[in-house]
Design a protein around this ligand. Structure first.
Ligand code: XIL
Length: 354
């Protein structure tokens, strides 16, 4: 971060006001920040690293930039391979750093993720000799983490990530090592049962991408109904990843998707928001963020948090994923607010709540 920009950001940071009208908690935010503008609607979050893989968002970005966010998610350091690469040996350091940072800086922390087909060591599911062994591995993994960090450290977890298939042919993603070793989707219910019995207070979510698409959305609804039949309180919410494009999905589809889950009594988290965008498309990005945040605000009663999958354009997984350089966020490669930032933050001259 250039000193000039850092200075400008600090100058933008006015006095810290206490937010008396915050929806779910009393948290202090800079008076004119994204999270303060949205405090009566939902948390504004960012995925961050804590030093793993040689990148540390918490020192790389100035405090004034991180102060824009009221919630954080671990981009990688709480995934199965980060926490328990070797059976029985847990690596807490990066995750603990994030837990401590969130506490010290008055931010809510989301947990990501307990059970997934990616970034999971082979011993856990792929090389397990039986369903019973895999089940025990999952149980120990989940229970150990939820005992280490309780709901005051991490208030919610993406318990299962991406277990539903994209197309119509299959309901479940059958290439997951968990699906394979179990011989079916019962690993999903096991994960929620283990998490719920380890901590009745932590919020438990199912998280996925392309949730807006049919038939995937219907398949997720069916899966959730089955979880609720086992025990009504087994699942609290759905994470809509929101790795979206400039022209997909439609706003009405986003609206319908949020309302579908709300009608099931679930809380919605927008968990991994980024918009695939090239450098010369920033005008389109403005328009896109304007309409996306309008529909989020219209559904604020159902939305707990909106998390960007990164802080600023200098660090985004999309560049690897799409194989071209992406500029998907509200802050540019130097951490300066982009025009889209002001569109999202200053959505109304005098926004005093819903
Ligand atoms: C991504 C991280 O951002 C990358 O750093 C990593 O190389 C791969 O995983 N869906 C998820 C996230 O649930 O965990 C993924 O994060 C992005 C897609």
């Amino acid at each position: 971060m250039k000193p000039l920009i850092k200075g400008a950001l600090i100058a933008m940071l006015p006095l810290v006001l206490s937010c008396a009208s915050c929806k779910s908690k009393s948290v202090s935010h800079p008076a004119k920040s994204l999270s303060s503008a949205y405090s009566t609607y939902f948390d504004i979050g960012a995925a961050v690293t804590a030093g793993e893989w040689g990148f540390d968002s918490l020192t790389h970005y100035p405090a004034s930039l991180l102060a824009e966010f009221s919630s954080l998610t671990a981009e990688n350091c709480m995934k199965p391979d980060a926490l328990q690469k070797t059976k029985g040996s847990f690596t807490w350091s990066f995750g603990q750093r994030l837990v401590d940072y969130a506490k010290e800086n008055n931010k809510r922390l989301r947990g990501h993720t307990l059970v997934w087909h990616n970034q999971t060591p082979d011993w856990m599911a792929k090389n397990a000799s039986s369903k019973e062994e895999a089940r025990e591995n999952m149980k120990v993994h989940i229970e150990t983490i939820l005992k280490k960090w309780d709901e005051k450290d991490i208030y919610c977890w993406d318990v299962v990530n991406e277990a539903i298939n994209d197309g119509a042919a299959e309901v479940y993603r059958n290439d997951s090592p968990w699906f394979k070793v179990y011989g079916g989707p019962e690993f999903i219910r096991d994960a929620f049962i283990f998490a719920r019995s380890a901590n009745p207070k932590v919020k438990l979510l199912y998280n996925d991408y392309n949730v807006v698409n049919q038939p995937k959305r219907n398949h997720i609804v069916t899966m959730i109904k089955e979880l609720k039949l086992i025990e009504d309180g087994l699942i609290d919410g759905v994470g809509i990843q929101a790795h979206w494009n400039l022209d997909w999905p439609s706003i009405s589809t986003i609206d319908q998707t949020i309302k579908t889950f709300a009608a099931m009594g679930l809380t919605v988290h927008i968990t991994e928001l980024d918009i695939k965008t090239k450098e010369n498309q920033q005008g389109l990005l403005e328009k896109r963020y304007r309409e996306i945040f309008e529909v989020f605000r219209a559904n604020a009663d159902h939305i707990e948090s909106v998390t960007f999958w990164g802080v600023a354009d200098d660090h985004t997984w999309l560049t690897d994923f799409t194989k071209y350089v992406n500029f998907p966020f509200l802050f540019d490669v130097e951490g300066k607010p982009k025009s889209s930032y002001f569109i999202v933050r200053d959505f109304a001259q005098n926004h005093e709540g819903k």
